[in-house]
Design a protein around this ligand. Structure first.
Ligand SMILES: CC(C)(COP(=O)(O)OP(=O)(O)OC[C@H]1O[C@@H](n2cnc3c(N)ncnc32)[C@H](O)[C@@H]1O)[C@@H](O)C(=O)NCCC(=O)NCCS
Ligand SMILES: Nc1ncnc2c1ncn2[C@@H]1O[C@H](COP(=O)(O)OP(=O)(O)OP(=O)(O)O)[C@@H](O)[C@H]1O
Length: 207
């Protein structure tokens, strides 16, 4: 089994690229999905978040108001660190569990789609790191368009809460530039997949 860590900044296009890779037969482990699962009412991370951030963070059904929590943590580094300490070890634990399940099912290629792959140290679990790159202006435009409730200043706060792209690129085995249109990105993904499959099949025992 080959494991690829797919990373890139917020709204760089990881989910878009993940969908293309899924169509090629890869199995996707989505860190954002896992992060949503572990904070459901009653789960240990939910309890810790309520303990530290208060009941004001909950809606009538007891679910965490994500937009409200995002506004709190992205404007206060200490609170973001606190949320990270609650959530990150549990995200890592769940990703490891899912990787084990993939091994048992004999999946051939698994993608870990995680914005914070490098920040959390998940790169030790992968064979290759693929970085989705986008210029900052396009990133801000797409982020504001997707999350209509955030301002330019808030978009910048979220980008600044992550490792800068230049740093991420130092860890990259392969780079996908998603600054152009979807068709352009699809062509790059086709090419990278072809190259990757070739090196993988040519490697000593195809492992
Ligand atoms: C802050 C929260 C409540 C915002 O929820 P929301 O539904 O608005 O956004 P969503 O979870 O879909 O995340 C969107 C993007 O925000 C960025 N982001 C999320 N959490 C963080 C973080 N702790 N630090 C930096 N960037 C982050 C990522 O690029 C992510 O893809 C939520 O992201 C959260 O609980 N974050 C902590 C867990 C985490 O680190 N998740 C990312 C795992 S890679
Ligand atoms: N090449 C593209 N051209 C135009 N819009 C795009 C392109 N790629 C992605 N988008 C749009 O930009 C937004 C961000 O893309 P996507 O959700 O794939 O990013 P992401 O890296 O997974 O984001 P996050 O990590 O924040 O969840 C989405 O609304 C998506 O539809």
């Amino acid at each position: 089994m080959k494991v690829i860590g797919l990373t890139g900044g917020i709204a760089s296009g990881k989910s878009t690229v993940s969908r293309m890779l899924r169509q090629k037969g890869a199995y996707i482990i989505d860190a954002d999905e896992i992060a949503k699962e572990i904070v459901k009412p009653g789960k240990p991370a939910w309890e810790d978040i309520v303990r530290y951030f208060g009941k004001e963070i909950l809606d009538e059904s007891g679910n965490i108001r994500r937009k409200k929590l995002a506004k709190i943590v992205f404007s206060d580094e200490k609170k973001l660190n606190l949320l990270n300490r609650i959530t990150h070890p549990r995200i890592v634990e769940e990703i490891k569990r899912e990787l084990e399940a993939c091994r048992r099912r004999n999946e051939k290629i698994v993608i870990i789609d995680a914005a914070l792959l490098l920040e959390i140290g998940l790169d030790v679990l992968v064979d290759e790191v693929w970085v989705v790159a986008v210029d900052e202006k396009t990133q801000i435009d797409r982020l504001i368009k997707r999350e209509s409730s955030i301002s330019y200043a808030e978009a910048m706060e979220r980008i600044r809460a992550q490792m800068p792209l230049e740093e991420k690129l130092k860890f990259a085995t392969r780079i996908i530039d998603n600054s152009g249109d979807i068709e352009n990105t699809q062509k790059q993904v086709d090419e990278i997949w072809r190259e990757f499959e070739k090196t993988w099949k040519d490697s000593p025992r195809g492992t």
